[in-house]
Design a protein around this ligand. Structure first.
Ligand code: FPP
Length: 242
């Protein structure tokens, strides 16, 4: 952490928390044990991020494709989410963390949806750090929804086709309230985006870690940021123009 340049801390970090199931299997345990242990890593990531002044942290907690998993695992994940929200509320208050969520929240079980809404309302006035949970989220679906809404506005005569630009799309994404991620971290050894913030990650730096999510500690966060700080973000320009 001492090696980090405090002038170049990413404003927004997104994380794909992968490898819970495989980690549990290596321990001879059920996949759910991996998710349970993964909650500790969520805390490590949040505390680590807050400690160095990261303003936005977005976690891919449940993808739209995850609904295809066995019912037992889905229920366990939803239960873990409710428990974690209950347990972490004092931390959110203490550190002034605003909780947000993106995705098709209407698909969530009622108890999960209610707890989420309640926690979001209770923390809505905080501005120190915004923690966004992607739940029942799929980026292609998000883009389909944006397209439908814009098409509807055109049909109703509220918008002209010529007025559709990057900004109109940006403003209609689930993530309209947060800047694009500067850094994506994915654990679990796979090197792919898996339908996560496809539009938003056009210029995001990516770091892939070979550890499984339950093994993630704040040092891994700092290592990833160090790697980010060594990259040159050119946004399509050449070095001399920066
Ligand atoms: C991916 O591992 C992880 C998930 C699908 C869920 C992540 C959820 C948590 C860490 C717990 C709850 C979250 C919060 C925000 C409190 P995987 O099961 O796909 O792993 P595998 O690739 O080894 O199968």
């Amino acid at each position: 952490m001492e090696q980090l340049n405090p002038e170049n801390i990413p404003q927004h970090i997104a994380i794909i928390m992968d490898g819970n199931g495989r980690w549990a299997k290596t321990k001879g345990r059920l996949r759910v044990f991996g998710h349970e242990t993964g909650v500790k890593s969520v805390r490590e990531a949040l505390e680590g991020a807050m400690h160095i002044g990261v303003k936005y942290l977005t976690l891919y907690a449940f993808s739209s494709e995850n609904w295809n998993r066995p019912r037992f695992e889905i229920n366990a994940l939803m239960g873990l989410l409710v428990d974690s929200l209950k347990k972490e509320l004092p931390t959110f208050h203490k550190n002034q963390v605003k909780l947000h969520a993106i995705g098709d929240l209407s698909q969530l079980p009622k108890r999960c949806y209610n707890k989420l809404q309640e926690t979001m309302e209770e923390t809505s006035h905080y501005t120190t750090c915004t923690l966004t949970l992607a739940l029942s989220y799929g980026s292609r679906q998000e883009l389909v929804n944006v397209t439908r809404r814009l098409a509807e506005k055109v049909k109703q005569g509220e918008l002209s086709v010529d007025d559709i630009n990057e900004q109109t799309i940006q403003q209609d994404l689930d993530t309209h309230f947060i800047p694009d991620p500067d850094l994506l971290i994915r654990t679990g050894g796979e090197q792919r985006i898996s339908n996560f913030m496809l539009w938003q990650m056009a210029y995001t730096e990516m770091v892939f870690l070979d550890i499984m999510w339950p093994e993630f500690h704040r040092e891994h966060l700092y290592e990833s940021i160090l790697e980010y700080q060594q990259r040159e973000r050119r946004f399509g320009k050449i070095s001399e123009q920066l």
